[in-house]
Structures are given as structure tokens and as C-alpha cells.
Design a protein around this ligand. Structure first.
Ligand SMILES: Nc1nc2c(ncn2[C@@H]2O[C@H](COP(=O)(O)OP(=O)(O)O)[C@@H](O)[C@H]2O)c(=O)[nH]1
Ligand SMILES: [Mg+2]
Length: 188
């Protein structure tokens, strides 16, 4: 049985906790604490530690889903989990103050994962906020990365089907890279 660790990252309110809840087959574990950063987000609680859930793909592949804290002051946790991760679902809320800037920042922060694994971008809260177009997001991705294939979708983090599409496209990407690497190794 193959196991994958997939991370969920993105700004506060991007829908990380919600997405993991929508996907997980087990009761998710979320560590929330009082939000002390009301200027950035007017929420009562915010994720300071981790969200955790699990989903099985097919009958074999167990996927461990970890939601990372959105605030940079917790970014030591990003690094610890990044070492174990094969892929990243990067969620950006369309109603963030500067969603394209946030996207570029997160892509830079997780650059190691484009090279080693895969990234998929999900744009959330597009139903409630008029923000940049998918084309704008795709352009930011093209500018921020060199030649990485990073799909971008509009998703609703509350919708399990949307999130499964997102996750499956990421896993397909990861597996095709692994297959390619294997072929190259055999040919060498
Ligand atoms: N309308 C709408 N609400 C969403 C969407 N995605 C997430 N939300 C809501 O946005 C809020 C913030 O989500 P949360 O998962 O707490 O964000 P986190 O800070 O990234 O963990 C919650 O109330 C979600 O229900 C979306 O696509 N559309
Ligand atoms: Mg959260």
C-alpha cells in the first residue's frame, strides 16, 4: 500500500481546514486557537498548528492530508512537513487582499515541491468575490515557476467533489513524474 503525504497551504481563510474536512474519510483533527490577528482576518479562530485527515484513493493508496498554518510566524512547521510531502494543494481565496501576490509568495516558499513533487492550485471563494481571472492566476504561475506543470482550478473548499478533482489531478501529476523518473533511470 502506497502512502502519500499531501500538504494544504495558502493564506488565512483560503479554505484549508474546510477542504480537508470535505475530503477526509476519518474525523479530521484540527488545532484551532483564538485569532490574534484580526487585521488580516476577521475570524474567531485560526489554525495555528495543523489540520489532519485521510483519504484512500482506489483500494490501495492512502493519502495523508495536512493543512499548514497560514501565518508565517509558524513557518518552521512548513519545513518539517515539506520533507515528507510528495505534493501540495495550494489554496488561494479570491477575496484575499492581493491574491496574485499571495500566490506568487506561496509558490516561492514551496519551490522545492515543484521540482520534487507536484503542486495544484485551487482558487476558492470565487463564488462570493470578484477577483482575478483564472488566466491571471495562470500567468502568475508561469511567471513564478520555470516550466513546472501546475494546474489551476476554481474550487469550493466545501465541496468534496471539487476537492477530489483537485487532489486526483495532483496525484496523477505526481505519479506521471515518478513513472518518467523511473524510465529515465532504466534508460541510463
Ligand atoms: N462561499 C465560499 N466559502 C468558502 C469557500 N471555501 C471556503 N469557504 C469558507 O471560508 C471560510 C474559511 O475557511 P477555512 O477552511 O477556515 O480557511 P483556512 O483558514 O484556510 O483553514 C469558512 O467559513 C469556509 O466555509 C468557497 O469556495 N466559497
Ligand atoms: Mg484553518
Amino acid at each position: 500500500m502506497a502512502e502519500h503525504v499531501i500538504l494544504f497551504a495558502g493564506p488565512m481563510c483560503a479554505g484549508k481546514t474546510t477542504a480537508i474536512r470535505s475530503l477526509s474519510e476519518i474525523e479530521t483533527i484540527s488545532t484551532e486557537a483564538a485569532n490574534t490577528d484580526r487585521e488580516t482576518a476577521d475570524k474567531d479562530t485560526t489554525t495555528v498548528a495543523l489540520d489532519y485527515g485521510e483519504i484512500t484513493i482506489g483500494d490501495e493508496d492512502k493519502v495523508r492530508l495536512y493543512g499548514l498554518p497560514g501565518q508565517r510566524r509558524f513557518d518552521f512547521m512548513w519545513r518539517i512537513l515539506m520533507e515528507r510531502a510528495v505534493g501540495l494543494v495550494l489554496l488561494v481565496n479570491n477575496d484575499a487582499a492581493d491574491p496574485l501576490g499571495q500566490l506568487a509568495e506561496f509558490l516561492e516558499e514551496f519551490a522545492e515541491l515543484h521540482e520534487r513533487g507536484g503542486i495544484v492550485v485551487g482558487i476558492t471563494r470565487a463564488d462570493i468575490a470578484e477577483g482575478p481571472s483564472l488566466g491571471d492566476y495562470a500567468q502568475t504561475i508561469a511567471k513564478s515557476t520555470s516550466g513546472a506543470i501546475i494546474p489551476v482550478f476554481t474550487v469550493d473548499a466545501r465541496d468534496g467533489n471539487h476537492m477530489q478533482t483537485c487532489l486526483l489531478s495532483l496525484i496523477a501529476n505526481i505519479e506521471s513524474r515518478a513513472a518518467l523518473a523511473y524510465q529515465q533511470e532504466q534508460a541510463a
